[in-house]
Design a protein. Structure first.
Length: 309
């Protein structure tokens, strides 16, 4: 059995609604397994979100075949996203469709899995990018000896606590408050879940192999309420656990050189993610190469638009 994260800590995230407000976007989140998608938006955009949400039913969400067809109708195509011709629609599903393994071919399973996971990875990265931007602004003002309001000081203290940086080292904090390339997150979730076909993973929504010392079902696997929660915990784990100091150093060095970190490069620092060590690293890199996942590192998360007619 794969061990997805070493000493995975309990992560207390902000409520999703609060995060959405901080990011300032308009998103659609299907919050529960059996419920129809629920619109979550700023008040002035509520009507547009509701109209768009009506285009995808609860049956669509829970059926891989129906979901694939619905996403096609919406124009959500991976080749167009990879080519930069379209944004990724902000559709945040709570789970991978339970019948994904019934699809007749592996490419179909991959397409459903990637289209479910990509928006979730992008929104988590977007949240972190917003935090990083504010942190950089505060660091710049500190460097120029400008006044830092009490609200910013309180936010900075909270950020440092959440990212487990207690010594006031803002450079260390900056190295942790950073995004994970979609190619890396997609490859690891595909490996840990068998492209979403693992029944255990689907039941627990544990797409990245997070373990706990004691679990209610005796599997040792951590359970998540939604896929979003699982993705957020995964990124936070890479950004805070001492086992991934090397990954954070490589990422920071890449940025210092003026380049953008990519999943294939960062995967080299993941030997401690699994008992398989270097073999695990090679598996993740092979998944990235064979499925050309790096092309999603430049993907953009769109915003919902009102339907016309």
């Amino acid at each position: 059995m794969r061990i997805g994260s070493i000493g995975s800590r309990v992560f207390s995230a902000l409520s999703f609604a609060a995060i959405l407000g901080a990011v300032g976007g308009l998103y659609w989140i299907a919050l529960h397994d059996t419920a129809a998608p629920v619109a979550v938006a700023r008040p002035q955009a509520q009507a547009a979100a509701s109209q768009q949400a009506a285009g995808l039913t609860g049956d669509d969400v829970n059926s891989a075949v129906r979901l694939n067809l619905a996403l096609d109708r919406m124009g959500y195509r991976l080749d167009a996203v990879a080519a930069g011709q379209s944004d990724v629609p902000p559709l945040f599903l709570p789970n991978v469709p339970g019948d994904i393994d019934d699809l007749p071919d592996i490419e179909g399973k991959k397409a459903v899995f990637l289209r479910v996971m990509l928006p979730l990875v992008l929104v988590v990265d977007e949240e972190i990018a917003a935090e990083r931007s504010r942190l950089l602004d505060i660091m710049n003002r500190k460097a120029n000896r400008l006044h830092i309001p009490a609200s910013d000081q309180a936010w900075l203290a909270d950020l440092a606590q959440r990212y487990d940086v207690e010594d006031g080292n803002l450079r260390k904090l900056l190295s942790r408050v950073d995004v994970v390339p979609p190619s890396l997150a997609l490859a690891q979730s595909a490996e840990e879940s068998g492209w979403g076909t693992s029944k255990l993973v689907r039941r627990s929504r544990n797409l990245f192999g997070h373990t706990v010392e004691v679990s209610a079902d005796g599997t040792g696997m951590r359970n998540f309420t939604t896929l979003y929660e699982a993705v957020r915990a995964y990124v936070h784990n890479l950004n805070t656990h001492r086992a991934y100091d090397g990954l954070r150093r490589v990422r920071a060095q890449t940025r210092a050189e003026g380049a953008r970190p990519d999943g294939h490069t960062l995967a080299a620092a993941l030997a401690t993610y699994s008992e398989r060590g270097d073999a695990y690293v090679q598996t993740i890199r092979t998944l990235i190469r064979r499925n050309d996942l790096v092309r999603y590192d430049q993907a953009r998360l769109g915003r919902l638009q009102a339907r016309r007619g």
